[in-house]
Ligand binder design. Structure first.
Ligand SMILES: *Cc1c(COP(=O)(O)O)cnc(C)c1O
Length: 362
């Protein structure tokens, strides 16, 4: 077995994989695989509804919110959010803190006017001070990305919006901490970082925000159609939803999202501490208070990074079975993703290797 620090698709709990393996060919007494069942049959319907119920329970989703399972990944929701909501006033506020919120703002601009809440591009990697935000009181919604997977910036607060609905992309940190759902209009997250394989997006929408889509919205992207049809307007990725349900059950067995949060803090602090005590041998460019618990990016050999050292680090890590530590092509360097399924022991292996690598190269 390797240790998988990939950013997504990412590690799944081994327990879940073994459970899925056991049930792969014949599910329960059905005599066939989940993959082969009708998406409208009673066996699949139970899997589907159990998955939705577990999501509601784990995130304590209030009754006036619908939980939808949509296709097209996180990126599909960039369009769906705008198509479903921007028509209410024609404009939307976007808080851009990294690559994913940049993409979301660009997509939304196809369907309405996008206001950049922080007009000047930010030089360093941070969450700009709310005092500098220019929120438009007429915006249909305020959009942000809670955890920028590529840059490693994670909000440590929920933005205040004066009753303008708040939309959040939690693709890379959903179910890694408790969330006060009633503060949000829409929460969405693609599955392949923290909650399952790629192919489905979890969407939590406040009921009063359903039914305002632009007339051109494809039915498959309408919140209202998905809500009405219990997310089975067309054939959903049944197998992926089944696996996601098993991941939810695993999270529940571990002690829920509170426990996930404690472990995430512990794991990320283990790595950030090595960085902090390395005298800039390891360098994390992210402002300290908003460093991500999920994705830890760093350079080796100073702020600019030393190519040769970074290559050697990756080679040494691979030799020990630690994989997918290469930083995103946009930012370079190293990135360790420490999602829910990555264990403390695995994080310890990385911590130890970082210390040894530093000693060897100083
Ligand atoms: C991965 C990711 C996405 C994009 O997800 P796709 O399913 O590949 O479209 C969007 N937002 C965030 C924060 C992500 O980490």
């Amino acid at each position: 077995m390797v240790v998988n620090f990939g950013a997504g698709p990412a590690k799944l709990p081994r327990e879940v994989l073994l459970e899925v393996q056991k049930e792969l060919v014949e599910y329960g007494t059905n005599g066939m695989s989940v993959m082969e069942m009708s998406h409208r049959g009673s066996s699949y319907m139970k899997i589907h509804n159990d998955t939705l119920e577990l999501a509601r329970e784990l995130l304590k989703v209030p009754d006036n919110y619908k939980i939808l399972l949509m296709q097209g990944g996180g990126t599909g929701l960039f369009a769906a959010v705008a198509m479903n909501l921007i028509g209410r006033t024609g404009t939307a506020d976007y808080l851009v803190t990294g690559s994913w919120s940049t993409k979301a703002a660009k997509e939304a601009a196809k369907y309405g006017k996008v206001n950049q809440v922080v007009p000047k591009p930010v030089k360093h990697i941070c969450v700009p001070n709310p005092k500098e935000w220019k929120l438009d009181p007429k915006a249909s919604y305020v959009y942000y990305c809670d955890n920028e997977t590529i840059e490693g910036v994670e909000f440590n607060f929920v933005p205040q919006t004066n009753d303008v609905p708040l939309v959040v992309d939690m693709s890379s940190n959903i179910m890694s901490k408790p969330v006060d759902v009633k503060k949000f209009g829409v929460i969405f997250a693609c599955a392949q970082k923290n909650i399952g394989p790629s192919g489905i997006t979890l969407v939590i929408v406040r009921e009063d925000l359903i039914g305002h889509h632009l007339p051109i919205t494809p039915a498959i992207l309408e919140f209202s159609m998905n809500a009405k049809e219990n997310s089975i307007y067309n054939t959903p990725p049944t197998f992926i939803i089944y696996v996601m349900g098993r991941v939810f059950a695993w999270i529940k067995r571990q002690g829920g999202v509170e426990k996930m949060h404690q472990v995430a803090l512990k794991k990320s602090n283990m790595i950030y501490e090595v960085i902090a005590k390395s005298n800039d041998f390891y360098y994390c460019p992210v402002e300290r208070e908003v460093r991500s618990r999920m994705n830890v990016p760093f350079r080796i050999g100073g702020a600019g990074g030393n190519d040769a050292l970074e290559k050697e680090f990756l080679k040494g890590a691979e030799a020990l079975g630690m994989q997918q530590l290469k930083g995103h092509r946009l930012v370079g360097g190293i990135r360790a993703s420490l999602y829910n399924a990555v264990t403390v022991e695995e994080t310890e292996a990385l911590r130890k290797f970082m210390l040894e690598f530093h000693t060897k190269n100083s």
